[in-house]
Structures are given as C-alpha cells and as structure tokens.
Design a protein around this ligand. Structure first.
Ligand code: APR
Ligand code: PHB
Length: 388
C-alpha cells in the first residue's frame, strides 16, 4: 500500500493495516515538527476515541482527553445546556487536539518500524487504472518509485492525489462561506466545563479548550481578515462582547500564545475512487469547522477503507472496495448537511437583515426547547458509530 499524507487519515490507515500485517509506505511532504505543531480542531467523536483505543494509540488520550457529555448554545444573553449523553444513550465527545492525535499516531508508527518518510518532494502518481499503480517521489535529491497494489490519497485538500484523477471522472460540489474564524489559544483555565457556541448580532463566537490550563476561542471574521489588525486587547474585547451572558459568565483571559484565521468551505469530490486510488479525509471532502466533523470524517473513511483492504488481501474479494466510495459518501453528505446547518444557524451572513437574525434566534429557541430537536443535534454532534 502506498499512503500519501501523514495527517490523521494516512497515519490511522497505516496503523489499521499494520495490525493486520499489511505493508504500507507513508509519504509526507512536510517535516515531522510541522505536522505535529500545526494547530487544528480538537473535538473527537466517540467513534474516533474508540478507534484510537482499539488500535493501541489511546493511552494518552484516555489520560489527558477531556470527556464532555454536553455543550452550551448561547443566544439572547443566556446559555442553554444540551445534555448530549442523556439524549443519545451515553454518547459523548472528547476534547483532545488533532495535533496530539497526530503526535501519538506518529510515535506508534515509528515504534512499528514501518516506513514513514517526512520531507519528500515531487510526489506523483502513475498507472492508477492498472493493477500496479506507482508512486514516485524524491527524498534528499534522490528519485524513488514504489510499485503498489493500491494507493490511498490521504494528502488533504491541497494534495496531489485528487488532481491526479482525470477531471472527467470527478464531480465536485462546493460552497465557500463569506466569513472565516479568527482562532486563538490562551493561557487561561477554561471558565466553562463544556463548549459554548454563541450567536451574537456581531457574529458567531465559540468557547473551547485544550487542557485544564488552555482555552481555545474563535470569532467569526472576514474571509480575508488581517490577523495583524487584531491586537490582544481587541480580541478580548470582541470575545467578551459576543460571549458574556447575563448571568455573568465569560471566558477567563490570559496570555495569547497562538492566533490564526481558518477559512470556511464545504466541498465534496465524487466518487472517492479512481481505479486503484482511494481518497480519504480532506483529500475528498472539507466541512466548515462548526460541528467539528473534519477529523472524525477522515477517521470514519480510513476505518471503512482498511476493512475493505483487509478483506481484499485475505480473500481477493473486491466487493467492499467497490462499495467504499458510495458508503463513505453517505456519511460524508450527512456530515455536510449537519456542518452547513450548524454554520448557517450560528453565523451572520453577508446579506442578512434583522429578519434573518430573528429567524436564527427562533431556530435556536426551538432547538433548546424541543427534546426531539436537541436529540437530532446530539446524534449528529456525537456521531454515528463507525462502520466497515
Ligand atoms: N505529498 C505528500 N504529503 C502531502 C502532499 C503531497 N503532495 N500534500 C499534502 N500532504 C500532506 C499534508 O502535509 C498533511 O500532513 O498530507 C497531510 C494531509 O493531512 P490533513 O490535511 O490533516 O488531512 P486528513 O488526514 O484527511 O485529516 C483531516 O485535518 O484539515 C483537517 O479539519 C481537517 O480535521 C480534519 C483533518
Ligand atoms: C476546537 O476546539 O478547536 C473546536 C471546537 C469545536 C468546533 C471547532 C473547533 O466546532
């Protein structure tokens, strides 16, 4: 197996295959340090937590991950609690940074002694519609070629695998939102035990965390927002305005240790396969971060793909491989629907007028007063169990 990309998708796939004795080579164009330090989301569905544990990578996650049984929706000056565990028969989410997930998966991969090459260049695919597809790359100036049975494209949205598929074989669907998130990490103890998603007239804000000492916060901003225009004081003032509720709750403040802007996009490429190339994770689909589905979708994809590959290597049967794309797309579109819904319910749109704001408030008010509506949110947020 050739695996392009050492993000959560590629690394987890490598581990799932390793446990079944299937050889793989993972190729990553960035450095190990870059991959581990890249700050991303941090909400793990129950399925992701279970998978990490089942593949033997869940030790630190079990110790340091923060299990959350619910979340808060804030609007009209009040915080409303959604008890997700109670509504879903015990499903919860766990806060654990994606970069920690990647860190743990890399350590495990290195312990297996199986190949994981960082800082490779010129990665290119060939013979995808043959039985012997090839990955070419250069490392330290020397050219290499790997003849594979199958190639997994786990190289994210900007990778080379999806563009290696002839355009005539791919249908893409896309929505780019007219806003982005300005995100910070602050040295401050979280002032709420669970996440707070807030709708405010000035735009969306989100309270999250990484550890008992680190708070993670986001503000809706312009897609081309210039971070340098945001002094620490300005960020805190805006967060206080958008998050403080009438009971006096607000985030604790502290030294800001990281700032960045995250764009918002919904994207799906269909099918998630061309010949012997299978796409997984961000290489095939992107969701806006509201609802935190990106990492979890990537994990659900590779769980399904690994099961199909194990069946193929064991019996030669290709029916699970043939079903991979359509089955994975079902879950993907469900997550797209949910992420789009959360995003549109909580953000201020470009052309929104006061009617739209009142409509959003009505939707949130309905949501927190209807057990059926809250159950629907809780089911999607905590995520369905992964399927082979
Ligand atoms: N060759 C080799 N590696 C590449 C190439 C290339 N040409 N292009 C990109 N990569 C690497 C990237 O550097 C990255 O480490 O592929 C990896 C893809 O990882 P992610 O972008 O993290 O994607 P994925 O593993 O699918 O995980 C999805 O990541 O973007 C977040 O929100 C998203 O949480 C979701 C998760
Ligand atoms: C995060 O903690 O980074 C986070 C939490 C919830 C989201 C997105 C990101 O919906």
């Amino acid at each position: 197996m050739g695996i392009v990309g050492a993000g959560p998708a590629g690394l987890m796939l490598g581990q799932l295959l390793h446990l079944q004795g299937i050889d793989s080579v993972i190729l990553e164009n960035r450095s190990r340090q870059y991959v581990v330090e890249r700050v991303r989301a941090g909400v793990l569905e129950q399925g992701t937590v279970d998978l990490m544990r089942d593949v033997g990578v869940g030790g630190r996650l079990a110790r340091e991950g923060m299990r959350h049984d619910g979340l808060y929706l804030a609007f009209g000056g009040a915080r409303h609690h959604v008890d997700m565990s109670q509504l879903t028969g015990g499903r919860a989410i766990t806060i654990y940074g994606q970069n920690e997930v990647v860190h743990d998966l890399i350590e495990t991969r290195l312990e297996t002694g199986r190949p994981l090459h960082f800082e490779v260049a010129d990665v290119a695919l060939d013979g995808l519609d043959s039985r012997r597809p090839v990955v070419r790359f250069t490392k330290d100036g020397a050219a290499h070629e790997i003849k594979c049975d199958v190639i997994a494209g786990c190289d994210g949205f900007h990778g080379i695998c999806r563009p290696s598929i002839p355009a005539s074989h791919l249908q893409t669907y896309e929505r780019v939102y007219p806003f982005a998130w300005l995100g910070i990490l602050a040295e401050a103890a979280p002032s709420s035990d669970e996440l707070v998603y807030s709708l405010h007239e000035r735009g969306f804000a989100l309270f999250s965390m990484r550890s008992p000492h680190i708070t993670r916060l986001y503000l809706q901003c312009a897609p081309d927002e210039d971070v340098s225009a945001w002094s620490d004081d300005r960020i805190w003032a805006e967060l206080r305005t958008r998050l403080t509720t009438t009971d006096g709750w607000q985030p604790n403040e502290g030294r800001i240790i990281q700032k960045g802007v995250t764009g918002m996009r919904s994207f799906v490429a269909e099918p998630m396969r061309y010949g012997r190339l299978f796409l997984a994770g961000d290489a095939a689909h992107i969701v806006p971060p509201t609802g935190a589905k990106g990492l979890n979708l990537a994990m659900a994809d590779v769980y399904r793909l690994a099961a199909a590959l194990v069946e193929y290597y064991r019996s030669g049967r290709e029916d699970l491989l043939d079903a991979y794309s359509s089955r994975a797309l079902l879950r993907t579109w469900r997550a797209q629907r949910f992420s789009w819904w959360m995003t549109s319910m909580l953000h201020r749109g470009d052309s929104d007028n006061p009617f739209d704001h009142r409509r959003q408030l009505a939707e949130l008010e309905y949501l927190v007063s209807s057990r059926a509506a809250m159950t629907s949110l809780a089911e999607s947020y905590t995520g369905a169990p992964f399927e082979a």
